[in-house]
Design a protein around this ligand. Structure first.
Ligand SMILES: NC(=O)c1ccc[n+]([C@@H]2O[C@H](COP(=O)([O-])OP(=O)(O)OC[C@H]3O[C@@H](n4cnc5c(N)ncnc54)[C@H](O)[C@@H]3O)[C@@H](O)[C@H]2O)c1
Length: 249
């Protein structure tokens, strides 16, 4: 099936590993040319090299801190030089600094909001300038189920992801007249390095509230991103799709 992805220029932030890498691979498999951005430059370069040779597409890597607008502007300029357009932006970069609110340090609150929420604002603002001129584009923001339902021990993270959901809807309304779609995905518990470090009692507790009775895999999130970026979703904007084995319903 032709999803209309071939030849598109796709930026995936924080895609050196984990869900972001899986999203980049999924889009590359459909013929998109990729931009791998990450704070970890070495890993981003390795990932871009592997994707280019595995899928026969172009893939470039940029060192990028999404929380910084100058770093983000530099990436967008680099992408325009390389591909001359930005068709797809997936705002995936994110971090956790979990602890109960009583113990949460101001700097851990600030850092998570700065990367997870301000990062989405920075990248979206810089990319839509080019998408609006082209009168086309797809933006997918990776939020989280905890941005919908909250989670003890994640005040900073859940607030950032709830903010991403609200930002998704506002951006969708602002850019719809220019034929740009903006949607969010709310993953549940996905098997990645981010969740690997959680204590066993936390991961076991999660399993009891997942109707599917198992954790999700990165490529199951990537499938939903592919749908949003494809021509199948051309009339869908401002939505939030949980990919969570039924955690939120
Ligand atoms: N794993 C889960 O269960 C889960 C659930 C819901 C949502 N998410 C979200 O999915 C996204 C990816 O998560 P993951 O599990 O793959 O995490 P991960 O830690 O495996 O990967 C995150 C990547 O982002 C990069 N990164 C961190 N800070 C950055 C910055 N300032 N600028 C650019 N890149 C940066 C990291 O270097 C890393 O490569 C995140 O937004 C996360 O909040 C994950």
């Amino acid at each position: 099936m032709d999803f209309g992805i071939k030849g598109k220029a796709a930026i995936v932030t924080g895609s050196a590993r984990g869900i972001g890498r899986s999203i980049a691979e999924k889009l590359a498999a459909e013929g998109a040319n990729l931009v791998i951005t990450d704070v970890n430059e070495e890993m981003a370069k390795a990932t871009a090299g592997e994707i280019a040779s595995k899928y026969g597409v172009k893939a470039v890597a940029f060192k990028h801190d999404v929380s910084k607008s100058d770093s983000t502007e530099a990436v967008m300029d680099g992408v325009m030089k390389e591909y001359g357009k930005i068709d797809i932006l997936v705002n995936n970069a994110g971090i956790t600094r979990d602890t109960l609110m009583m113990r949460m340090k101001d700097e851990d609150w600030d850092l998570v909001i700065k990367i997870n929420l301000t990062g989405v604002f920075n990248c979206t603002k810089a990319a839509i300038r080019h998408m609006m001129k082209a009168r086309s584009g797809s933006i997918v923001n990776i939020a989280s189920v905890v941005g919908i339902m909250g989670n003890a021990g994640q005040a900073n993270y859940s607030a950032s992801k709830g903010g991403v959901i609200a930002l998704t809807k506002t951006t969708a309304k602002e850019v719809a007249p220019r034929n740009i779609t903006v949607n969010a995905i709310a993953p549940g518990f996905i098997n990645t390095d981010m969740t690997k470090s959680l204590p066993k009692e936390v991961t076991e507790k999660f399993l009891t509230v997942i109707p599917f009775g198992r954790y999700g895999e990165p490529d199951e999130v990537a499938d939903a991103v592919l749908f949003y970026c494809s021509n199948l979703a051309r009339y869908i904007t401002g939505t939030v799709l949980p990919v969570d084995g039924g955690m939120v319903m």
